[in-house]
Write a protein that binds this ligand. Sequence first.
Ligand code: HEM
Length: 178
Amino acid sequence: MQAQSDIFNDLKGFIDFGDEDVANLQAVAPLFAAHGGGLTDRFYDKLAGVPSTAALIEGRVDALKKTHARWMGELFAGDYGEGYLQSRWKIGLVHVKVGVPPQYVEAVVSFLRAESEYLLQRELGDSALVAKRHASILKILDIDLMIINLAYAAERVDRLCKFTGMSKKLIERCIEKG
Ligand code: HEM
């Protein structure tokens, strides 16, 4: 299997994530530092309204919001190297471990895709600038999601190997051959 860092670099290359995106993301960091907390509050309210996710966050919403604020800060910090990859991979592993249904990670990212555009429209006004900045936000959110999803898939196969005693190669062949 391809090494994580090769996959990460291939993905960044595929979506043309480059210096201009880094500059766009750093430029909107202050906006998200000021308004990101409001977005986080809103999607935790949504997660609290879904029985399968509410049970996972009950009693620790404030701590999770802090963790999430840190994650959001990193989105705009301008450093998208190996440490970034590892932190996103770990998010996937942790969520498999606690049993977060993966579709809700997707749903949170979907919420942030839309809400980040409204935030930029409200705060920046200039539609050309909004489009430029938002394109980079979409890229970094998708990069995070791609890594988290890869980690989810890898961790599920690992768990299946441990549980069944089957080798990873055999499990992968079973998946391939159907
Ligand atoms: C974009 C989506 C999400 C991001 C970026 C995110 C981010 C994070 C991060 C950074 C952590 C800390 C990981 C660590 O310990 O290193 C975490 C933990 C956690 N997240 Fe999420 N999360 C997301 C979606 C969700 C959803 C949808 C749920 C649904 C319940 C959830 C529930 C949890 C829980 C319960 C933990 C604590 C795990 C533990 O016991 O250590 N997260 N999340």
